[in-house]
Design a protein around this ligand. Structure first.
Ligand SMILES: C[S@@+](CC[C@H](N)C(=O)[O-])C[C@H]1O[C@@H](n2cnc3c(N)ncnc32)[C@H](O)[C@@H]1O
Length: 200
């Protein structure tokens, strides 16, 4: 059985204004970078309580929310009827299991640092996309390990943008762009956040 690292955080997850602001900034960057259209079926990887997908929902037909945490999925479930498109929630560990769908795009915020093998996950994203499909993946720049004050299953203290882009390229992605998307202010410092976009 999987450990639900977010079990005790899920119900208060959206009560942290800096977290909500950060995902709002990421959503704005994604909306500026990607031409969404109302026929699209996209996946949100590590969808959590739905902070990211709820901003994108009005611009697409359908979103498949993928998250391993039952507690986070329950939070999303509670608001699914108020979102702007059809929502399907799939509770799996995407590092271990597969979904037999093809998406027009994959979005993700603040989840990749919980994934051990980034190159393998980029390869999985590639195989889950229609030709011409996109990824829009946001996460922390390299940090000193002080970002997380509790264990949420962290494998990476952020990412070097160039290295992260190289792994996406090795998986076959093209037109790779990395830009600054947000910055999270915590008592221990400021933590910049990037957005990588690319196409299959
Ligand atoms: C920091 S939260 C981010 C949630 C949301 N994207 C946001 O920005 O508010 C990371 C989420 O990724 C999920 N997650 C981590 N590893 C995962 C995996 N291997 N498969 C599916 N979900 C995963 C966690 O359960 C958690 O809900």
């Amino acid at each position: 059985m999987n450990t639900d690292y977010f079990a005790h955080k899920a119900s208060s997850y959206e009560q942290d204004p800096s977290r909500v602001d950060n995902v709002g900034n990421i959503a704005d960057s994604i909306l500026q970078s990607i031409d969404f259209d109302s026929s699209m079926h996209i996946m949100d990887f590590g969808s959590g309580t739905g902070l990211l997908l709820q901003k994108v929902a009005p611009y697409v037909a359908r979103i498949t929310a993928v998250d391993v945490s039952n507690a986070m999925n329950m939070q999303l479930q509670a608001k699914r009827n108020d979102l702007g498109c059809a929502i399907e929630i799939i509770e799996i560990d995407l590092a271990k299991a597969d979904i037999d769908y093809r998406f027009d795009g994959i979005i993700s915020s603040m989840t990749m640092h919980h994934i051990e093998n980034i190159e393998a996950m980029f390869g999985k994203f590639y195989s889950m996309l229609n030709d011409g499909g996109f990824i829009a993946i946001s996460d922390l720049d390299v940090e000193d390990g002080s970002f997380h004050t509790e264990d949420t299953g962290v494998f990476h203290f952020g990412f070097d943008r160039g290295e992260f882009a190289k792994l996406a390229s090795r998986a076959g992605f093209q037109t790779i762009r990395v830009s600054s998307a947000s910055s999270i202010r915590k008592p221990q410092g400021d933590f910049p956040v990037f957005l990588l976009t690319a196409t299959r």
